[in-house]
Design a binder for this molecule. Structure first.
Ligand code: 0A1
Ligand code: ZN
Length: 876
């Protein structure tokens, strides 16, 4: 067998044949579902008459094939494992086919599969080719009419895209429903669901007064977990009308929850399919974070109805066209609904940890890649989150008003079409008159740009000279980088007044907060009329996805922490201050020297805890230390043990020095109100729980008592889970074991809660974790075929830095074993699971050897193209 080969963007050709209308009939059966397709096909005017028709198809058994009603003989077509080719076809014709597929043996969860006995589909990116022979590419758009036939007892509910237009009963206890979707769509947006489901129903009146029926379909036992998703959907529909002028375009909008799903959710036209973890919530089973996650995913999928469905991608290289824009839209929605600064802090904090690591590793790729082997490997943080940062920069460059006009133009001009990133950015350039040609490099250049900044205050002339130098490190296949257009939002904070000073640049007054444009390799900005020595506040609100280096002293940072007018940068100053202290402690740990706590950090925290900061949600973020993963990102070579020890030392030192303050914060923020996922309550709970974390780091009697009481009070999952985590992660098994047991028994029936139970125990720092993972993989609540379980147990273990990176290599070996098994069952999940091993360059020599050895061992297997691509890059 030869190695899988890449596809190149530069090879793109428009389709020679269009399908304008697609009729499908599914006769459902677990092992032998029959799919009849009737396609209306037209040759493109520019295509040669002799161009063969090539359709994609995988894991299909062909039973019949006809053109314009004439059955084809075997000599009339060619079949391979991946294609069906008909060498000679008319200019316009009807193609009929009948194939057989086996949903119950589909463990890859792409195409038509079964989850808990119910049928569902996942067609993005290339799953439709596992359902029928078809030109499976997003620039082929057709109207669909779909008939689903199932057993009336086992599958009383039969759903597909669009509106139901017919239904009836058939012989042998079977029945059918026919659905029609009037909006032409690519086949990746096709969906079908069949099973024994129950619905909750609600209504929404659109801005033009149309009534839309909203349905959320779940298994009976989950009926009490749908309120929040439904409320979120209605908020999202309103927000998209008010913010983007976008109205929903069908009479029915359905969401279905399924237990087995590779990703979070899928925006199929009118029939969104969700991972149950991304839609079901109840105060007793889901945390605040889960509630917020559901709100943003429901919104994300809904927003795709315009950014993705009405206007879709020409090819999969353009994936960020729909994903970057839609993530940006859902981020703004969540910011508007909840706390905007906290949303930004959380998003950036995640981004700088995870996307920066991706950009620095062997799988680094541009927001628009120019080649791939397996497209499912490209549903990445770069395409989604960096793509969103790039759209955010556009919004900031144009201003909201012009950006909105650009968005209107884009939706109007390209409605019903499959387009490119140039089309989107072109609309933005057209409405604003701004030249975005250099800006386009953000889409083609991989890697995280770094800005080295330094500044000097010239007392004599009252000037501040700010020099910015940019460089983007080489990434695989891209050794040389060009300068990018980087918008740097900034202020100069006067050290005497503590206020933002007016910025005057080349005689022009820019106000107190302005964007300067770094477009060359190096530029010096001279600010005049600067009356007092300032500390610069740079990259406010994280105005560009870059690493910024400025030689701030700890005094500068302590100053910005209290005086910066930009909430994001106040938080970031605290993070930088903590990182400097952590750096010293990491060095001390490595050199075997006694660790000493930086009193400036203690005093900064004391100020935070005692000042009456009214935004509790931001305060909770400011009290949160950089994660071990983020600290690791800053180190040239990651020393997992030193990082863990240093961070623990800071936690304990802060807890000891500020114990009374933490207890006061804990007590002030308890509440007996009924649980609600409101911003106010969430803020209180975060603050209370962060205080409890510090207190539990010293494990004195009073702290332990508070923690046990919070666990026992059983008020809501946020508080229970937090307390349980602290008990399980403490050094006291007499606290950990009874709590884990009680929780595990109480929730044995609830798969989503059991996922949390798995994660909590395999994330603890104690050395028994590897054995625990192995033991829990045999637990009745675990299944390697369920992606949520794999993520909760094995994925979470691989994030447990001290245990995964054990020096005996057993953590790596365990991950590799699971990857090898999943490579056969679910290649998409297998390929994602390898990620931590691909980061081997970041570690010491001994660990590098061990990680590489496991990658080599995986490479010996007969690999799926998914795993092949990742391993190949990781070892290159
Ligand atoms: N388009 C979905 C994400 C998604 C992508 C691929 C999937 O299966 C391979 C499933 C979902 C979104 O952005 O939400
Ligand atoms: Zn999406």
């Amino acid at each position: 067998m030869s190695d899988p080969q890449p596809v190149y963007l530069s090879d793109y050709q428009p389709p020679a044949y269009q399908v304008t209308h697609t009729e499908l009939t599914f006769d459902l059966d677990p092992t032998a579902t029959r799919v009849k397709a009737r396609l209306t096909v037209e040759r493109h005017a520019s295509a040669e008459q002799t161009t063969p028709l090539v359709l994609n198809g995988e894991h299909l058994t062909l039973h019949a094939l006809a053109i314009n009603g004439q059955a084809l003989a075997e000599a009339d077509y060619q079949l391979t494992d991946e294609t069906l080719t008909i060498p000679s076809v008319p200019a316009a014709f009807t193609l009929e086919s009948e194939v057989e597929i086996s949903p119950s043996s589909n463990t890859a969860l792409e195409g038509l599969y079964q989850s808990n006995g119910m049928y569902c589909t996942q067609c993005e990116a290339e799953g439709f080719r596992r359902i029928t022979y078809y030109p499976d590419r997003p620039d082929v758009m057709a109207t669909f009419k779909v008939t689903v036939i199932g057993d009336a007892q086992r599958e009383p509910v039969l759903l597909a895209n669009g509106n139901p237009v017919d239904q009836g009963t058939l012989e042998s206890g079977r029945h059918f429903v026919t659905w029609e979707d009037p909006h032409p769509k690519p086949c990746y947006l096709f969906a079908l669901v069949a099973g024994d489901l129950t619905k909750v129903e609600d209504h929404f009146t659109t801005m033009s007064g149309r009534n839309v029926t909203l349905q959320l379909w779940v298994e009976q036992e989950n009926l009490d977990k749908t309120d929040h998703a439904m409320a979120s959907l209605k908020r999202a529909m309103t927000w998209d009308e008010e913010t983007y002028g976008r109205e929903y375009d069908l009479d029915l909008f359905m969401i279905v929850a399924v237990n087995d799903f590779n990703m979070g959710a899928m925006e199929n036209k009118g029939l969104n399919i969700f991972n149950s973890a991304a839609v079901l919530t109840h105060p007793n089973t889901a945390t605040d974070a889960a509630f917020q996650n559901v709100e943003s995913i429901v919104a994300h999928e809904y927003f795709h109805n315009w950014s993705g469905n009405r206007v879709t991608c020409r090819d999969w290289f353009q994936l960020s066209l729909k994903e970057g824009f839609t993530v940006f839209r859902d981020q703004c929605f969540s910011a508007d609904i909840n706390s905007a600064p906290v949303k930004r802090i959380q998003d950036v904090s995640f981004f700088r940890t995870a996307q920066f690591a991706e950009d620095a590793g062997p799988t680094a790729h541009p927001v628009r890649p120019d080649h791939y082997i397996e497209i499912t490997n490209f549903y990445t943080l770069t395409i989604y989150e960096k793509g969103a940062e790039v759209v955010r920069m556009l919004r900031n460059l144009l201003g909201w008003e012009a950006f909105r006009r650009g968005s209107d133009l884009y939706f109007e001009r390209f409605d019903g079409q499959a387009v490119t990133i140039e089309d989107f950015v072109g609309c933005m350039a057209e409405v604003s008159g701004i030249d975005l040609s250099q800006f386009m490099r953000w889409y083609s250049q991989a890697g995280t740009p770094e800005i080295d900044a330094h500044g000097e205050y010239d007392y004599a002339n009252a000037e501040y000279h700010l020099t910015l130098r940019q460089r983007t490190p080489a990434t695989p296949g891209q050794p040389d980088k060009q300068p990018l257009h980087i918008p740097v939002r900034m202020g100069l904070v006067g050290t005497k007044s503590g206020q933002d000073l007016t910025l005057t640049l080349e005689g022009e007054k820019l106000g107190k907060d302005a964007v300067i444009h770094l477009t060359d390799d190096e530029q010096t900005f001279i600010f005049t009329d600067v009356a007092e020595a300032p500390v610069p506040s740079l990259l406010r609100d994280f105005s560009a996805p870059v690493k910024l280096h400025f030689p701030y002293s700890r005094e500068d940072l302590a100053f910005l922490l209290t005086h910066d007018s930009d909430g994001f940068n106040r938080w970031d100053a605290g993070q930088r201050l903590a990182l400097l202290a952590l750096d010293d402690l990491i060095a001390a740990h490595r050199n075997g020297v006694e660790k000493v706590m930086d009193s400036r950090v203690v005093e900064a925290f004391r100020t935070l805890l005692t000042s009456s900061m009214d935004d509790k949600a931001v305060l909770a973020e400011m009290l949160t230390l950089p994660s071990e993963a983020y600290i690791a990102e800053q180190q040239p070579i990651v020393d997992v043990d030193a990082i863990h020890a240093a961070r623990e030392f800071v936690r304990q030192s802060l807890a000891q020095a500020l114990r009374d303050e933490f207890i006061a914060v804990y007590k002030e923020n308890g509440t007996d109100e009924a649980y609600a996922p409101t911003p106010e309550q969430i803020a209180q709970r975060s603050l209370k729980n962060i205080a409890l974390s510090y207190l539990m780091s010293i494990e004195d009697d009073e702290s332990v008592a508070l923690c046990e009481a919070q666990f026992a009070a059983d008020h809501n999952m946020t508080d229970v889970r937090h307390a349980l985590t602290l008990l399980v992660h403490s050094d006291r098994d007499d606290l950990a074991n009874p709590a884990l047991k009680a929780f595990g028994e109480k929730w044995a029936h609830d798969p989503l809660v059991m996922d949390q139970w798995f994660t909590i125990q395999v994330s603890r720092p104690q050395p028994d974790v590897l054995e625990r993972v192995k033991y829990l993989m045999q637990h009745p609540a675990f299944s390697i075929k369920n992606p949520n379980k794999v993520r909760a147990l094995v994925g979470a273990f691989a994030q447990n830095r001290v245990n995964f990176h054990r020096l005996d290599g057993k953590g790596y070996a365990l991950l590799a074993d699971v990857v090898i098994e999943l490579n056969r069952l679910n290649p998409e999940i297998a390929a994602r699971l390898i990620t931590p091993l691909t980061r081997w360059q970041r570690f010491d020599e001994a660990r590098q050897q061990l990680m590489r050895a496991e990658l080599e061992r995986i490479k010996q297997e007969p690999l799926s193209s998914n795993v092949f691509e990742v391993v190949e890059k990781a070892l290159a």
